[in-house]
Design a protein around this ligand. Structure first.
Ligand SMILES: Cc1cc2nc3c(=O)[nH]c(=O)nc-3n(C[C@H](O)[C@H](O)[C@H](O)COP(=O)(O)OP(=O)(O)OC[C@H]3O[C@@H](n4cnc5c(N)ncnc54)[C@H](O)[C@@H]3O)c2cc1C
Length: 536
């Protein structure tokens, strides 16, 4: 591996006074040291290296990639994709008739390991290519400019730094009264090596991770009970989408969801696990997956001695530049709490290092869509109907059902819908809520419009733009037309927005765009008005 160890003089940025004593005593010296090689650490390190800084990352796992690559996002998504492939094969008459066998868990895990391996290789090459040193071991602060790095064999080295980024991520929260050493009790890390295929599973915790694993395990035929401490599934979602997810988990995959439940105790034995709920219920399954909360990896790092006190969830407070109370020590990713997503972590890491080395590129990461990889998947951005109503913000709804989209009919993924919420006067796009195959991709088309400033954020774009056909993107056109038809004649439109919407005009003569299905071109649901002049 190429060494990035330069003289500290290479850094123009002298805003942190690194004392000679520290540098001369330390084994190594860097402009920037990043602790953790997940998405936030990687992006912080690469950004600084690209700007000519001497950079090292410290990682206590044997390989780079962070929990994201080894235990979180990547393995769970690879597993889910393998389950989807398996379900597709099972539902395909042709392949089924060829005698394709049902996929055992080991087949799925093999696919998972292949993807994780590819990711590790690729990520390791980023460090090598950018001349970033990878120091293996557990990092702890000796003082505000020195870290100790202790590897698995106990060998210790000290590293002096001008700037540091804490990108140490998080781990599953483990309540002390649950025996996680039992081979039938898992968390989201250990479930990736279950050691056996359970026939039934209790998933305790119906947040994003619990719901995703409910899809994955029920998809391979495991009888899943999903225990939710809240009144409804993923309460932060649009109500219709939360209901749709509950419906599909129950009816398509046979997941039994129990709401408003809390555990009293968990007892595991040689044959299974019993979950005792405070409501008096007693549930039994072959295995239990605990998916209830995460803790920031900020312990055993000497932070308290520096005056940095993590909160009860192990998370560090940062200011609006991702700086901790110590200006030259930034913190990013899961270590600072919500949104606790890899998607956000990349941006946070890059921003923190831009701030640390005083270069352009800082942004506060707040435009984070929800991406939930249940089967079917969910994605959303912006307020829900409930939130807009509570805020007394007038809005209208436009929706497109996937089953009325040519692309979905072709692929067979007809479950789902795209719902857009918009201002009925200005047509400003306020919220995007999508459920169904590729939802996490589809949301980004709307996001691009929603992030436009002023009058450029308008759903008219979807009507005035030619989308490839057949695509799922076309659902935006259908949803926009559905919404615009709904407000037609209802609102006094100010002069600026009074111009006719081109798409509707084009539709008027014969009621169909060149490719739309005759008869019901835009597919508004029953009871909705069709575009002016549309046959239907
Ligand atoms: C099951 C699951 C599914 C998920 N799915 C998604 C998803 O679909 N989309 C999404 O955006 N997010 C998802 N997430 C969340 C995502 O994985 C995290 O938000 C992301 O990994 C956080 O990145 P990070 O850079 O903060 O740190 P991490 O990826 O957690 O990496 C931190 C690294 O720091 C190292 N480290 C910790 N302490 C030290 C120390 N003292 N010294 C040296 N090294 C240390 C750790 O070993 C680790 O490698 C999922 C999470 C889980 C658990």
């Amino acid at each position: 591996m190429q060494c990035a160890l330069h003289s500290l003089q290479t850094c123009d940025n002298q805003h942190n006074d690194l004392s000679r004593d520290h540098t001369s005593m330390a084994d190594k010296q860097y402009d920037l040291v990043v602790i953790g090689t997940g998405p936030s650490g990687e992006s912080a390190a690469v950004n600084a290296a690209k700007h000519g800084q001497a950079v090292a990352v410290v990682e206590r796992l044997d390989q780079v990639g962070g929990n994201c690559t080894h235990r979180g996002t990547i393995p769970s998504k690879a597993l889910r994709q393998a389950v989807k492939q398996m379900l597709a094969v099972q539902s395909s008459r042709v392949l089924h008739d060829l005698g394709t066998p049902d996929a055992p868990l080991s087949w799925l895990l093999e696919r998972l390991h292949r993807v994780v391996g590819q990711q590790i290789d690729m990520r390791a090459s980023f460090y090598a290519r950018n001349g970033i040193d990878v120091l293996n071991g557990h990092a702890a602060f000796e003082d505000a400019n020195t870290l100790s790095v202790t590897n698995a064999q106990g060998a210790r080295q000290t590293v002096a730094f001008k700037q540091a980024v804490i990108a140490t991520g998080s781990r599953p929260y483990e309540p002390p009264d649950v025996d996680f050493s039992h081979p039938r009790v898992f968390n989201s890390d250990t479930i990736l090596e279950p050691g056996f295929t359970p026939r039934s599973m209790i998933i305790y915790g119906a947040g994003v991770i619990g719901s995703e694993y409910a899809s994955i395990f029920s998809g391979i035929g495991v009888r899943v009970q999903l225990i939710n401490s809240r009144e409804r599934l993923l309460e932060f979602l649009d109500d219709e989408i939360s209901d749709a997810l509950s419906y599909h988990l129950r009816l398509t995959y046979g997941v039994l969801i129990r709401h408003n439940e809390e555990y009293e105790r968990i007892a595991a034995d040689d044959d299974g696990v019993t979950l005792y709920l405070k409501s008096g219920k007693k549930l039994r399954a072959d295995a239990l997956l605990w998916a209830n909360g995460r803790t920031g990896n900020t312990d055993r790092m000497g932070l308290e001695a520096l005056g940095l006190e993590p909160n009860g969830r192990g998370q560090l407070a940062v200011d609006d530049r991702y700086r901790t109370k110590i200006e030259h020590i930034h913190a990013v990713g899961d270590a600072i709490g919500i949104p606790s997503l890899a998607s956000a972590a990349y941006g946070q890491g890059r921003s923190a290092s831009a701030d640390a080395i005083r270069v352009n590129g800082f942004r506060w990461v707040d435009d984070v869509p929800t991406g939930i990889y249940t089967i079917p998947e969910i994605s959303s951005l912006g307020p829900t109907e409930r939130e807009l109503t509570e805020a007394r913000r007038p809005y209208e709804v436009g929706q497109a059902l996937f089953k009325e989209t040519a692309r979905a009919q072709i692929t067979g993924d007809t479950v789902g819908m795209l719902k857009i919420l918009f201002d009925p006067i200005s047509h400003e796009l306020l919220g995007i809520h999508c459920f169904g195959d590729q939802a996490s991709e589809i949301v980004h088309i709307g996001q691009a419009i929603m992030s436009q400033q002023g009058a450029a954020n308008t759903i008219d774009y979807f009507v005035n733009t030619t989308f490839n056909y057949p695509t799922m993107a076309e659902a935006y056109r259908t949803a926009a037309l559905d919404g615009l038809n709904r407000i037609d004649g209802v609102f006094d439109v100010p002069a600026a927005s009074a111009a006719p919407v081109a798409g509707i005009e084009q539709m008027a003569p014969d009621g169909a765009t060149p490719h739309a299905d005759p008869g019901d071109p835009e597919g508004p649901p029953d009871g909705h008005s069709l575009p002016t002049g549309t046959s239907g």
